[in-house]
Design a protein. Structure first.
Length: 273
């Protein structure tokens, strides 16, 4: 995977006013009613309450540098994006990963696994603000679902990885890719444990000039500061899928449950008033 002006106390206010996921890991979902962070207003959201994906908000075709085609990212992935793996059910988005081989056309090839992929490119993009999903990640070796932001202008880097789950090593990555290709700088934070797969949690990023702060359930987990923080409009990508390489625990094996899904209750984006 390729890797606003806010008062200094904004993060403290955000932590105090955001509605986070219920304390119990077995809770069925996060809070359903949008809660406005202090000093900010809701600018865009999807609660996934319909019967099908809202085409006014989302596309299922990749459109960014480094992809091999509209439905396959690059050789780090073992999965090909197909529309039937994007499912709305029970007021939630389910991005399915399956191990049924498919013959792809964009790009041409045979792929062992399929994934669900959605993007708000050309439909919603914003500079700065607070971006959040409520989600439950799938457990299993080789699974690689993610919530990330990339530039509307089709440049890369930058890239903000808000919540990127590596099932083989049971670790969540959040971070920033910056610089210029091929001299890419990665500022990364890793958190281990199975909580993302055993309950619903909120995953967010508070992005302001010169600073990015990542949150889980409304609490800060890591921050990045400096001139490398992007200042251009970015959009949302949500996808499931599989890791293909031998590192980071390797790809799926016989123990990996299929089909599985990356489940999202909502996506909400806020901006300063």
């Amino acid at each position: 995977m390729m890797r606003l002006r806010i008062l200094s106390g904004a993060l403290l206010l955000l932590t105090a006013t955001l509605t986070s996921a219920p304390a119990q890991a077995t809770a069925p979902t996060c809070a359903s009613a949008p809660q406005r962070p202090a000093g900010m207003q809701l600018s865009w959201h999807d609660e996934f309450g319909g019967r099908a994906l809202d085409q006014r908000s989302w596309s299922t075709v990749m459109d960014f540098p480094g992809r091999a085609g509209g439905h396959y990212h690059n050789t780090s992935y073992g999965s090909y994006a197909v529309d039937e793996n994007v499912v709305l059910s029970g007021g939630k988005l389910r991005l399915v990963t399956d191990n049924k081989p498919v013959v792809g056309t964009d790009p041409v090839g045979t792929y062992q696994y399929t994934e669900g992929f959605i993007s708000s490119h050309d439909k919603f993009f914003q500079t700065y603000g607070y971006w959040e999903i409520c989600a439950k990640f799938p457990a299993g070796k080789g699974l690689w679902p993610a919530f990330w932001l990339i530039p509307q202008d089709r440049s890369w880097p930058p890239e903000i990885d808000v919540a990127e789950w590596f099932g083989s090593i049971e670790s969540m990555h959040s971070g920033l890719a910056s610089g210029t290709w091929p001299d890419v700088r990665w500022d990364s934070h890793w958190a281990t444990g199975l909580d993302p797969t055993t309950g619903w949690h909120t995953y967010g990023v508070l992005w302001s000039p010169g600073r990015i702060t990542f949150t889980v359930d409304g609490k800060s987990t890591s921050s990045i500061t400096g001139a490398q923080v992007p200042d251009k409009p970015m959009y949302v990508v949500l996808n499931s899928g599989t890791w293909a390489n031998a590192d980071r625990g390797g790809p799926p094996d016989a123990t990996t449950p299929f089909p599985n899904s990356f489940d999202v209750d909502y996506v909400r984006v806020y901006q300063s008033k």
